[in-house]
Each structure stands twice: as C-alpha cells, then as structure tokens.
Design a protein around this ligand. Structure first.
Ligand SMILES: Cc1ncc(COP(=O)(O)O)c(C=O)c1O
Length: 368
C-alpha cells in the first residue's frame, strides 16, 4: 500500500468546483490583486485566530520579514531564534537587518527552551521568535515573561500552527505579531504562495500593509520604501474556502495523531511526540524519534511509505550561518534530534488502513 507524505489532490477533490467557481468570477472581473477576497480573508482569518488584525501577504517568510521591519529592527539588533526550525525564521531576521542569535530547543516539545532564551539575552537583544513547531505552540508564558522583564518584543512564527492553542489562547494572538505561511502543504495552504501577519499591536498592521505594497497607502504616494509582498485574489479566494474546513481538518489530524499514539504506544525504539500541558496542537507534522533513522526511513520507503526530515541540519550548522561562528556541539538537543527525527505521513485525508500500515511498518523497521 502506498502512503504519500502529503495528499493535496485528495484535499482539493471535494473543493475543486467551489474553488473553480470563485476563480471563474475573478478571471471575468480581472481583479487579480487585492479586492474583496483579500479583505474578507483578512477579516475571517483574524477572527479565527482571535487576533485584532490580519494582513494577507505573499508568503510566510515575507510575513515575518515585514513584522521585523515594522517593529523597527536596526543593524546589529539581536533576535533570538531556535536552532531547530525552517530557515525562513532566521532568514526573515537577517533580511530585515537584524542579527540572528540561536538557542537550543526543549527536548520534549522540540520548541524553544525558555531557560536558554533568558541566558542568550544581551544588551543588543531586541526580540524573541518562538516557533510553534510541528503544530504545537512554544511555551509562551515564560517567553512572554522574560520578554517583558527585558523590554523585548515577541514575534510568533506560526507558519506550522494555524489555530493551535496555548492555555486557551490561539497561535497568532499572543505576541506583538505573528507570521503565518499558506504554503500549499501547510494546515491551511494556498494553491500557490501566500502568507499572513496577525497582530494586536497598534501601528503594526498599518505598517505591514504599507510594507507589502511599496510603502504606499495611496497609489504612487510612497511614505516609505517597502516591497511587493501582496497576496493575490486567486489565492485569497481559495484560502477563504479552505478556512471553513480548517477546524475539521485539524480535528482529523488530532484523531490520526491519537491513533498513531495508540498503535505505537508500546513500540520499543520509537519515541512518540509529547504534548505539553495546556497545549492543543494541530499536528502539522507527526514527528517520532528512532535510532538508525536513515535505515528506518529506507525500510518505510520500501513498504511504500514516504517520510520527511524536519530538519536534517540544525540552523547553526548550516553553511549559510558559518559566519556566526557556532560550532558542532553548541546545541546538543537540536544536533542529536537532527539525526533521530522522522516525520510520518500526517494529513486529514489519511485513512485508518494507511495509519495501520505506517504503524506496522515502523514497528517492523525498529523491531519493536
Ligand atoms: C517554521 C516556518 N517558518 C516560516 C516558513 C515560511 O513560510 P513560506 O514558505 O510561506 O515563506 C515556514 C514554511 O515554509 C515554516 O515552516
């Protein structure tokens, strides 16, 4: 039996006619940039995230970059980022002019370790970027407390955590602002590229709106230099349709995670993901730890199962960050996990048979 890592065709099959009808109207009116679908998506997504405002943009990387610019990053300002995340988190800091400072992650939740954040603060630190990795929120209360003690801002990277919750609060509603990705494979993905900023901070919404549109609030009157980082109408229309299904899709992911947990509970050799107290994850990824990870992945592949690595090289060891001078051994948790983590297929459309097949093949591969 084949189990793909992701099955976007299955997601789109029941939505196709509705999406095509919306796109048909857009083609007829030729209103490709901005317009009613973009503003409606912003209103609907802000409400879904319990955030005051949302601004739809070109992708999740730009969302974060616009936030950092709106918060006024200056050259030399330090921003604390976890070493185990996708490079977009740190890229956005550097593109906005800041200096990335990495910290290690918590061994249980894989998200930023608050105790290490406190130790990484210097006189130049301006902000902290917790990443709600794999769909589980970072430990926001201690991070927010450290930030307020030191007068720092907190920006949530919520690219993998649409509608995840932390102690009853939604991802994207807790920090100064949050960046979301609507990359096709995300819990809510566009049919192309898109992203969003959510914020409750006065002034940030307006600035991000300007930054995404060449610094203009009125056409050809440029208050500042910005960028072309708009979300187009075709993406917004498809995303509005998908947003209506997102709570049910997240529920299905939770049921699949529960099933994996039951089937693998006594599998020696498989360390299952842990959900910390007060957190409601949305299981963007279902990530286990195994010995001999590459051999296990090969055996799953031979059984027709596609897996992923998130992430095979921690950011501080990437070629792109050699100039920052971190060496091997600096962040032991991220380094060890880069060799042990394996992402299993996880998407709402997974079937019971597929989950049984994955769990069985994994047990056989780890001989547990
Ligand atoms: C943690 C994280 N941050 C940021 C991004 C950037 O999003 P995008 O690919 O839409 O630019 C992604 C997704 O790729 C991500 O996984």
């Amino acid at each position: 039996m084949d189990v793909p890592f992701l099955d976007l065709r299955a997601q789109h099959r029941p939505l196709k006619q509705e999406i095509l009808a919306a796109w048909d109207e857009i083609l007829d009116t030729a209103g490709f940039i901005g317009g009613k679908h973009v503003s409606a998506l912003e209103t609907e997504f802000a409400a879904a995230c319990s955030a005051g405002h949302a601004v739809a943009v070109s992708n999740g990387t730009d969302a974060l970059m616009f936030i950092f610019k709106a918060l006024g990053i200056a050259p030399g300002d330090e921003v604390i980022v976890p070493a185990n995340t996708f490079i977009a988190t740190s890229e956005a800091v550097s593109i906005a002019g800041g200096r990335v400072v990495f910290v290690d992650v918590d061994p249980d939740t894989y998200t930023m370790d608050p105790a290490l954040v406190a130790r990484a603060i210097t006189g130049k630190t301006k902000g902290i970027v917790p990443v709600h990795l794999y769909g589980q929120c970072a430990d926001m209360d201690p991070i927010l407390a450290i930030a307020s003690q030191h007068g720092l801002w907190v920006v949530e990277d919520a690219a993998q955590a649409h509608l995840a919750e932390y102690k009853g609060r939604k991802a994207g509603s807790m920090g100064a602002a949050a960046g979301f990705s609507y990359y096709p494979g995300k819990n809510m993905g566009a049919c192309g590229e898109a992203g969003a900023v959510t914020t409750n901070t006065p002034g940030v919404e307006e600035l991000v709106r300007k930054l995404r549109d060449h610094g203009q609030a009125k056409k050809y009157y440029h208050d500042i230099e910005g960028h072309n980082g708009r979300c187009d109408a075709l993406q917004a229309a498809a995303l509005r349709i998908k947003l209506r299904h997102l709570p049910a899709w997240n529920e299905a992911r939770r049921a699949h995670a529960q099933r994996y947990m039951e089937l693998l509970a006594d599998a020696r050799g498989v360390v299952l993901p842990k959900v910390a107290e007060g957190r409601l994850p949305v299981w963007h990824l279902f990530v286990v730890q195994v010995d001999e990870r590459d051999r296990v992945a090969e055996e799953l592949k031979a059984a027709g199962i596609a897996t992923g690595l998130h992430y095979p090289v921690p950011l501080h060891l990437q070629q792109a960050y050699q100039h920052l001078g971190y060496g091997e051994g600096r962040f032991p948790v991220s380094e060890a996990y880069s060799r042990r983590l394996l992402s299993l297929p996880m998407y709402p459309e997974l079937t019971e048979e597929q989950i049984l097949h994955v769990a069985g093949a994994l047990r056989a591969a780890v001989r547990g």
